[in-house]
Design a protein. Sequence first.
Length: 211
Amino acid sequence: MKKGIIAKKIGMSQLFDENRNVVPVTICEAGPCVVVQKKTVDNDGYEAAQLGFGDASVKSVNKPLKGHFAKADSGLKKVLREFKFNDMSSVNVGDIIKVDTFEVGDIVDVSGTSKGKGYAGTIKRWNNHRLKESHGTGPVARHAGSNGSTSSPSRVYKGKKLPGHLGAEKVTVQNLTVVKIDPENNLIAIKGAIPGPNGGIVCITDSVKKA
């Protein structure tokens, strides 16, 4: 990737383009992020830059991390994420990455943790069809029903769409457009919706599919 930054999702809003069309956007507080550590092939087996975002209090950081931040002289940070940039030679510990690394019109990918929905049935989790609510179906209109296995193979196949935990997993939304940037307030407006609740942490990178 060429660009990358850690951001906090603030919420959704709408803007108007030059043709007076309404554009739904998600507002994020992106950066400033400091390069806390630089991974190298000799020491770590790969190249990457570890970025820190958000100031943390002294009591919320354990002793090993305090030493990690002191070595970089970066201050205590709440969030750490790694980015593999194409040109790692231009990245150094202590560098500050701000929201103006992106421009209006850039195509980006946004990764975050989706909202957790808890334990969900097959209708909510997999969009299964329910049964009729009359003619003897009884109180099982939203149940999963038969798993479909007979005496052969006498088991349930792996990957069967059954009830279970829904959400709270990493989700990446690709090919979103940067609509507006506010460098003074470290804000970026991205067209469309992105994963996670308001206040959730996301990673914004340049698109892997579109130049």
